[in-house]
Design a protein around this ligand. Sequence first.
Ligand SMILES: [Zn+2]
Length: 288
Amino acid sequence: MNVKICKSFLNCTEEKTLLLIKKGYPIKECKKCGHRFTQIKDVDNHLNEVYSDKYFFQGKDGYPDYMKEKDLLYKSGINYANILSKYTQPGEVLDVGSAAGFILKGLEKSGWRCHGIEPNDTMATYGRDELKLDIQTCGLENYQSEKKFDLVNMIQVIGSLYDLDKSLLIISNLLNKNGLVMVESWDMNSLAARIMGKYWHEYCPPSVITWFSDKTLVQVFNFYGFELVGKGHPSKKININHGLSLIDESFPKFIFKKSILNFFSRIVGKYNISYPTVDLKWYLFKKL
Ligand SMILES: [Zn+2]
């Protein structure tokens, strides 16, 4: 069933409610479809500016040190391959926003034939040279391929696409009939998100541009010809330093903030802890 939503998010003329302002970006919600979003200021330079090397190595809503999380990312790829094995056989996968490709490496280990796209050239080059993966330096909105895939994998990527309409059309064209899309996304209606309010870590424009609930995510995929075939909470571990870096970025200054965060970073920062994924979910969609 196709739920009628604003036909194009970028050109939606419906009335919007201003929910909050974060880092100077007004976050709004469409009264008609519930689409929650902000608008980026410079589309042409967006990917280069947001996904610079700083994103992967200096926090800034990204990673304090991406390379230290390679084992966690690899395990995440294995976990997703296990989930996917309940729905399909391994085939050709396109991973969107691959970074250096550690998640892809987990899928490869599980039998998937792997391809990826990643806007940051340092990351994509590492994946090509060191991990021997087929990763192109490219954003989804500019990606062109004659090749068709059985799966498009998007782990914490859907909220960062700057042209959602175009991206979903591209994904649909890239997939074989009955092709699947795995989406890992943060739930804006989760209890954690509601309690944290404007300090919820996922409100971090401009690297995140769109926020979804179960309802709005399914709504947009339905609109572009997909049906939901499964969903759940991923098992997830997070590096403590990565968590502290998110707190540093999301919270306003409080007394001794830097000292307290540095203290924890020195003592326990290198460890990984199980993240209670109450606000993080996976969704599997099938192209109809
Ligand atoms: Zn709308």
